[in-house]
Design a protein around this ligand. Structure first.
Ligand code: PLP
Length: 201
């Protein structure tokens, strides 16, 4: 996760082996021109921020993946016939595993219902992404990661295990726990770059 990190630090991480980078703000990503790293270093540039409908197209044009996809976004996407305009983007559906009311994203039971109802836009996803509540204990996180992991397996068997392949769970604080519960993509920021960049971009 490279938010707030200036380009030279991102390059250090890439030189050390990072192959995917995640940004939370479109404007910041454009300003830093992280997209040039795709050509120069072959990295995948992922969007993991809030989605606003007036920015859908701009995000689709520049990012390789949207890991914070919500139903509105996926539904809109599903209606777009022009596959070229969408590039080869990958989409992960965000799960609100802590069932936090102030947070976007569907809960595990809600997604299960949509799958049972044969919701067409679910076919757009390549997996799931979840951010657990900051204050959740390790025990609570373990339960949430486990429940998202079970849902992930169900979706893989419903929608095809060659389509549904990515389970993005875990940050610097708890990635070991997330991996124990099936995560195959972790999102590490501070664990690589140290606490908060002094030079906010
Ligand atoms: C910043 C961020 C992370 C990384 O968190 P760290 O605690 O710095 O590892 C992970 N996921 C999302 C969605 C983020 O915005």
């Amino acid at each position: 996760m490279t938010k707030t990190q200036p380009l030279p630090r991102i390059l250090e991480a890439i030189d050390a082996g990072a192959t995917e980078i995640g940004e939370n703000y479109l404007q910041e990503a454009i300003r830093k021109d992280v997209f040039a790293l795709r050509e120069s270093h072959g990295v995948t540039v992922r969007y993991i921020g809030r989605l606003q409908s007036n920015k859908y197209n701009a995000i689709l044009r520049v990012f390789d993946a949207v890991d914070s996809a919500d139903p509105e976004f996926l539904e809109r996407l599903h209606c777009v016939q022009d596959r070229v305009a969408r590039r080869a983007c990958t989409f992960l559906l965000e799960v609100n595993a802590g069932e936090e009311s102030q947070k976007g994203g569907l809960t595990v039971p809600q997604i299960r219902e949509l799958a049972a109802a044969g919701t067409p836009w679910l076919h757009e996803i390549s997996g799931l992404m979840t951010v657990v509540p900051l204050q959740a204990t390790m025990q609570m996180r373990a339960r949430m990661y486990q429940s998202v992991s079970v849902l992930f397996s169900e979706l893989a068997s419903d929608l095809g295990s060659s389509h549904v392949t990515l389970l993005s769970m875990g940050t610097s604080d708890d990635f070991e726990l997330a991996i124990e519960h099936g995560s195959n993509m972790i999102r590490v920021g501070m664990g690589i770059f140290g606490p908060c960049s002094p030079s906010q971009v």
